[in-house]
Design a protein around this ligand. Structure first.
Ligand code: ADP
Length: 309
C-alpha cells in the first residue's frame, strides 16, 4: 500500500489483566490445591485491538475504563508504551480493573476462568460523547464489551460525524442485532456468524453466509475462518482471502490482530477488501508468537508478509 497518513481511530472495549495459575488438577469446591506456576498478562479484546491498530501505524485512542489499582496502572502503562492515547480511559475509584482468574489444569489442558469486567462496565454514554468530540475519529472500532447504552451512543453519534463504524460482535454475537443499523462493518468469526444466522458456517458456505449477514444491515461483513483465512462481503461482491502458511504456536489475539490491522488500513483510506488482506496476514502473524500483547504484529512485519503472498 502507498504511504498515506492514517486518520484517528477510536477503539472501545475491555482492558483486562489475566491472572494465570497452573495446577496439576483443578480444585473442587472447598478444596485447595498447590499450583506449580503463576503469571500475570495484559489482555482484554479492546486493549488487544487498540494495540493492533497502533502497531499498524494509525493514531489510536482507547475508550475504556480501569480501576484505581495496580492492575489499572500497569495496563494504562502498556497502552501508552504503544503510543496509545489513554485520556479517554476512565479511572474508577469505586470499581476494580477488569480481571480474569484463569486456572489451567495441566493434566487435561482445560481452563477454568472467572471473569470480572469491573470498570469496563462503567464506560458511560457521556464518556463516549466526550471521546468522539475530542478525537473526531475517522474509524470507530468496538467489541460488544462496553455497556450497551455507551456503545449505542458511540455508534449513533459516530455515524453522525461520518466515522466508519466497525463492530466485532464478540463475546456474545446476539447483542449486535440492536446496533446493525449503525454498523458499517460487522466482523465475526465462524461461531459468531453461526449464532447470528442460526446455521453452521463452513468454508464452503462462508461467502453466502457473509451475504446473508449483509442483509441484516451492515454494508460490509467480514467472517474470519481461522487457518482458512477470511471472507468479505461488500456491495454485492464477495472475496475469499486465504491465510498464509505459518508455524502456529498460540492463536491468542489472532482475531484481534486481524481487526486492528483492518481498522488501521481503513483509516489510511484503503477499501475493505485491501484492509481485510492486511487483517488476514496480521492474524496469521499473531499465531506465531505466544501471548496476547507480545504477539500483535507491527505494520512493517505485515507489509513484508503481504509482499510475499
Ligand atoms: P478468532 O480468534 O476471533 O476466533 P480466527 O480464529 O478466525 O479468529 O482467526 C483470525 C485470523 O487469524 C484468521 O483470519 C487468520 O488470518 C489468522 N489465523 C487464525 N488461526 C490460524 C492458523 N491456524 N493458521 C494461520 N492463520 C490463522
Amino acid at each position: 500500500m502507498t504511504e498515506t497518513e492514517a486518520r484517528p481511530v477510536l477503539v472501545a472495549g475491555s482492558i483486562n489483566t489475566d491472572l494465570v495459575a497452573r495446577v496439576t488438577r483443578a480444585p473442587e469446591a472447598g478444596e485447595t490445591v498447590t499450583g506449580s506456576s503463576f503469571a500475570i498478562f495484559g489482555g482484554g479484546k479492546g486493549a488487544n485491538q487498540a494495540i493492533a491498530v497502533a502497531r499498524s501505524g494509525a493514531p489510536t485512542t482507547m475508550l475504556g475504563a480501569l480501576g484505581d489499582d495496580d492492575f489499572g496502572r500497569a495496563r494504562r502503562g502498556d497502552l501508552e508504551a504503544d503510543g496509545i492515547d489513554t485520556r479517554s480511559v476512565a479511572s474508577s475509584t469505586t470499581t476494580s480493573s477488569g480481571v480474569a482468574l484463569i486456572v489451567v489444569e495441566e493434566a487435561s489442558g482445560q481452563n477454568r476462568i472467572a471473569y470480572v469486567p469491573g470498570a469496563t462496565w462503567t464506560i458511560s454514554p457521556d464518556q463516549a460523547r466526550a471521546a468522539l468530540a475530542r478525537v473526531q475519529p475517522a474509524v470507530i472500532l468496538s467489541t460488544l464489551e462496553p455497556p450497551f447504552d455507551a456503545l449505542g451512543t458511540l455508534l449513533t453519534e459516530g455515524t453522525a460525524i461520518r466515522a466508519t463504524t466497525v463492530v466485532n460482535a464478540s463475546p456474545e454475537a446476539e447483542g449486535v442485532r440492536q446496533f446493525l443499523d449503525r454498523v458499517d462493518v460487522l466482523m465475526v468469526n465462524e461461531t459468531e456468524a453461526e449464532d447470528l444466522l442460526g446455521y453452521k458456517v463452513t468454508i464452503e458456505n462462508a461467502a453466502d453466509s457473509a451475504l446473508a449477514l449483509v442483509v441484516l444491515g451492515p454494508r460490509t461483513v467480514v467472517i474470519t475462518l481461522g487457518a482458512a483465512g477470511a471472507v468479505v462481503a461488500s456491495d454485492g461482491k464477495t472475496e475469499r482471502l486465504t491465510a498464509p502458511r505459518v508455524e502456529v504456536i498460540d492463536t491468542t489475539a489472532a482475531g484481534d490482530s486481524f481487526t486492528g490491522a483492518f481498522a488501521a488500513d481503513l483509516a489510511r483510506g484503503a477499501d475493505v477488501f485491501t484492509a481485510a488482506r492486511s487483517g488476514v496476514v496480521a492474524g496469521s502473524l499473531a499465531t506465531t508468537i505466544p501471548g496476547a500483547y507480545p504477539s500483535i504484529p507491527r505494520r512493517s512485519a505485515i507489509e513484508a508478509l503481504l509482499r510475499e503472498t
